[in-house]
Design a binder for this molecule. Sequence first.
Ligand SMILES: C=C(OP(=O)(O)O)C(=O)O
Ligand SMILES: [Mg+2]
Length: 552
Amino acid sequence: MARVIPGVGVGGGTAEGPVARMAAPRLPPPPRAVPPEEAPAEAAAVRAALRDVAATLERRAAPLTGAAAEVLEAQVMMVNDPALADLAEAEVRAGSDGTRALTAAFGSFRAALEAAGGLFAERVADLDDLRDRAVAALLGLPVPGLPSPGHPHVLVATDLAPADTALLDPEQVLALVTEEGGPTGHTAILARGLGVPAVVACPGASELTEGQRVLVDGGAGTVEPDPAPARVAEAAARERQRRRTATALSGPGRTAEGHRVALLVNVGAPRELRAAAEADSEGVGLFRTEFLFLDRAQAPSVEEQTAAYARVFAAFAGRRVVVRTLDAGADKPLPFATAPDEPNPALGVRGLRTATRDPGLLDDQLTALARAAEANTAEVWVMAPMVSLPAEAAAFAARARAYGLPTAGAMVEVPAAALRAELLAADCDFLSIGTNDLAQYTFAADRTLGGLAELLDPWQPALLDLVHRTATAAGRLGRPVGVCGEAAADPALALVLTGLGVTSLSAAPAALPGLRAALAGHTLSDCRELAEAARTAPDAATARHHVHAALG
Ligand SMILES: C=C(OP(=O)(O)O)C(=O)O
Ligand SMILES: [Mg+2]
């Protein structure tokens, strides 16, 4: 039996090639005291280094689109923050050399982000990357970053900074393996967007050496070092077949006997709109509206919102667009919608709860959505995030309908909502399961922590139990029930979700061909058997293993 290193698979597909490792960070030079007369020159060098990093990242962002460009632009904003340069200069004036000053300045930003928790805490890795780049620029050293061995390779890293992930060249990077990172983290999301097989949360990858050949299976979540030629040939044949099947099919998702499972795309930013609209999909299963509210002091006006929503509806003319109303708080804090001092923001006033505190925000959004829907032919559905109680779902649906938005639903992201799904579904037109948050709240595990990847694994049977309960309840009332979390992008898991009763899957556009092919190759009764095998497994790894073994 070949030796395999286990991790969490992302993106499906297999690839084989030589390892290229990210270089370990260099040791900083010994500290040096800066006398007051040298401080102005040192401070100027520090500021120049920060500008240099911003300019480099801006140049890299320029030709990019989509999530990659978004990630780099966020990095540029962080490094351009005047408070960061001021802090570093204050350190220099207190006697620190440039390297120490930059390290201290980034360190205090880092501490603030860590304290904020949620998505902010995830950005700690971004800050560390920016610090390393700024120090390299200051010292005139090569910038740490992606290896470029000059041939296609399997990239192996402790974790990837968003700036690195955004620059991955799918022509050169055959697969991605990271020791850290979770199934819903930025590396996983971008790897799926690129269509590159990836295995994250794979601590055993630390033993892989430069140039060593490995076989990466993004479906099974395994890395096989020094695979036998027969294993490589077999995996390559499987991969060719997978790609052939994926590209040969088109049109609505359906199982082998024709049971319909709608295939939809997730849209989170205007840059993603073109690729999303061009994808062969039945519409949008999750339109995250937060992009319009982020990085500003006040909520956008009704007019601005109407125009932004209308652009999305126009791109999906005649197709379904499921809009999620503002999901502020926790990993998406907004100064005008969420309190800055909640001790535990993931459990605080977030999602639909912000509408109770400030009903005007939701009213404005519903007004804008209704106006944009009125002027377009897209079939607009609206849903609320972070619903916990049936009464919340009922109130939201009534409010949306009062604004002229007839199809209103609730996201199931909290175990309480899944447990009472029948009551939720009774007052709504549809349900949509957000497996990213549902995993976080089911396992009391911060979704941004790579170290908790096992708990956040969407193959966890307890999570599948909640999906089953939700889908069964919605099915009993004849309500559509979708999955729009990252779980929906995994073709094997998609079969399980279908078997559990889910009626639509929403994922990154690159994931759709794989989902369509997986569905076409299996009947609903196959899916139900796979679902049963997964749900009755003792743990996530066994669930995944049972299903992959059954799929051959
Ligand atoms: C789709 C989801 O919403 P988000 O990832 O935006 O929180 C989810 O929680 O699964
Ligand atoms: Mg969510």
